[in-house]
Design a protein around this ligand. Structure first.
Ligand SMILES: *[C@@H]1O[C@H](CO)[C@@H](O)[C@H](O)[C@H]1NC(C)=O
Ligand SMILES: *[C@@H]1O[C@H](CO)[C@@H](O)[C@H](O)[C@H]1NC(C)=O
Length: 228
């Protein structure tokens, strides 16, 4: 019995040491991404440029001092700096974004499938929140955590959870966010559910949201803009 118990613990320990909560660790100093959409090999991440041709510019991005254009229906704009803008981030498990919000601007409910996010407000007042997943313990099931942030305040959004940010003040908000992936990904909930291409079946969505078909058709007919 005791041996079986120890064996079970050993298997659990081995399994957890083989799973990763973030991007895989690099196996060399760097692996600057080759910027070639026609590259014939597909790997997890991007293929490395010849290290002899790597320069400081491969690790450099400029322009995050410039506000994003918030003249859109959401009143917010994300300016990402991930491996697609800064090829030196390939295999490094980290990225950055600047987010601008006009008064009443919203970064709508979304998730990052591959990253935890840590956000700092540098200007304005930002109402932020995230919701826990369904199977958490009964007291925490779909629990909403919110906070109002002022300049200098920092808030963390756990990996994969649905979260949002809303400008609750009368002036613009500027925030910067670090993300624990070179390519965090974004799933904007409304866009994915009501704006998919092709559309998700009305039968699926009427049942899922417990509303009638006309409301689903109305929602599917909207233009779900993307602020990033
Ligand atoms: C901001 O975006 C709007 C809508 O696309 C556009 O009309 C406007 O020219 C843009 N402003 C700047 C400064 O680029
Ligand atoms: C990658 O190449 C595309 C097309 O040539 C270009 O528009 C883009 O700016 C490049 N990205 C980087 C990070 O150099």
């Amino acid at each position: 019995m005791a041996i079986r118990f120890l064996l079970a613990i050993a298997i659990v320990a081995l399994a957890s040491s083989l799973s990763y909560a973030s991007d895989p660790s690099p196996l060399q100093d760097f692996c600057v991404a080759v910027n070639d959409s026609k590259a014939a090999v597909f790997v997890n991440g991007k293929i490395c440029k010849d290290p002899k041709t790597v320069t400081a510019d491969d690790f450099f991005f400029s322009g995050l001092n410039k506000p994003g254009n918030t003249s859109n229906p959401l009143g917010s704009k994300v300016t990402p700096v991930n491996v697609n803008q800064l090829p030196g981030l390939n295999t490094l498990g980290i990225s950055l974004a600047r987010i601008d919000y006009a008064p009443s601007g919203l970064n709508p409910p979304h998730t990052h499938p591959r990253a935890t996010e840590i956000l700092v407000v540098v200007e304005g007042t930002l109402y932020v929140g995230f919701v826990t997943s369904n199977p958490a313990n009964p007291d925490q099931k779909n629990k909403l955590f919110t906070k109002v942030l002022y300049p200098g305040d920092v808030f963390a959004f756990p990996e994969g959870l649905i979260h949002f940010q809303f400008n609750a003040g009368k002036t613009n908000v500027v925030a910067f966010a670090g993300l624990s992936s070179q390519n965090p990904g974004v799933i904007t909930i409304a866009n994915a559910v009501f704006g998919s291409d092709p559309a998700i079946s009305i039968d699926v969505l009427t049942k899922a949201f417990q509303v009638d078909a006309n409301l689903i058709k109305y929602l599917q007919g909207q233009f779900w803009m993307d602020n990033n």
